[in-house]
Design a protein around this ligand. Structure first.
Ligand code: NAD
Length: 256
């Protein structure tokens, strides 16, 4: 018996990173999974490997959402869950952020999440689940990621309102707020064949040993387990909440 037997879940940004681990874990727990991304080759390969359906979905495009949900319905006949995981990060101080860059981050992170809720919820079975991927920066500030932090704060607002509006249909909506997680987003060297990704990982580990009480960067598999909890009946009485998963980073600072 899997925790997601008989359920159909769409995961955005699932070709790699946290989304990939969510797709793998959900499949292992018995769900039919729709792997959605803009990285078609990687997404197709993953879907083939785990026995899922791949769809091309740019989360900022309304028409892509309609097509993705139709593909899920055509393939599996229903949809019970959504993980809004796709996201992008840009580094800039606020005063140096061009409007285009700010809007690009809004379009993917914030509009993508809104369109996901708006497109999927009406076609979702009653009792379904939505998990929005926010961030540690949804609940506190971080210099140099102003556009990103603004969108992640907004995702918590969307999560709370969606939870209230969809509760009558017993659709639960929650958000995850990961701290530093070891994916291409926090370690872009993973994507560069010329870079020493292992050395970069070790350097990041050194940094997070100092910053994070648990002394290390998080693993995408650990976030996937939280997504599973929020997508399964284990969280049946929880809706509208942000869940921080950050190794204790947000707990405060140690001065001695
Ligand atoms: P990642 O960069 O490895 O994965 C992001 C995925 O989103 C990629 O597969 C990418 O192709 C996809 N994507 C980007 N733009 C898209 C679009 N327009 N439409 C569809 N897919 C798109 O990074 P990750 O760490 O796996 O990120 C997953 C989520 O977790 C993101 O929302 C990110 O903001 C959030 N997050 C990450 C960290 C971290 O430290 N890695 C921390 C907090 C929150």
């Amino acid at each position: 018996m899997g925790k997601l037997d008989g359920r159909v879940i769409l995961v955005t940004g699932a070709a790699r990173g946290q989304g990939e681990q969510e797709a793998r874990l959900f499949r292992a727990e018995g769900a039919e999974v729709v792997v959605a991304d803009v990285l078609d080759d990687q997404g197709e390969d993953l879907a083939k490997e785990i026995g899922a359906r791949y769809v091309h979905l740019d989360v900022g495009r309304e028409s892509d959402w309609q097509a993705a949900v139709s593909a899920a319905m055509d393939t599996y006949g229903r949809i019970d869950g959504l993980v809004n995981n796709a996201g992008i990060l840009r580094f800039n101080s606020l005063v140096d952020t061009p409007l285009d860059e700010f809007m690009q981050v809004v379009q993917v992170n914030q509009v993508g999440c809104f369109l996901g809720v708006r497109t999927v919820a009406p076609r979702m079975a009653d009792g379904g689940t939505i998990v929005n991927t926010a961030s540690y920066t949804a609940v506190t500030g971080m210099a140099a990621v102003g556009a990103y932090a603004a969108t992640k704060h907004a995702i918590l607002g969307l999560t709370r309102v969606a939870a209230l509006e969809l509760a009558q249909r017993h659709i639960r909506v929650n958000a995850m707020c990961p701290g530093a997680i070891d994916t291409a987003m926090s370690n872009p060297a993973q994507l560069d064949p010329a870079a020493d990704a292992e050395a970069m990982s070790q350097a990041l580990d050194g940094l997070y040993r100092k910053l994070v009480p648990l002394g290390r960067i998080g693993k995408p598999e650990e976030v996937a387990k939280l997504a599973l909890f929020l997508t399964s009946d284990d969280s049946s009485y929880i809706t509208g909440q942000p869940f921080v998963i950050d190794g204790g980073w947000l707990a405060g600072v140690a001065v001695v």
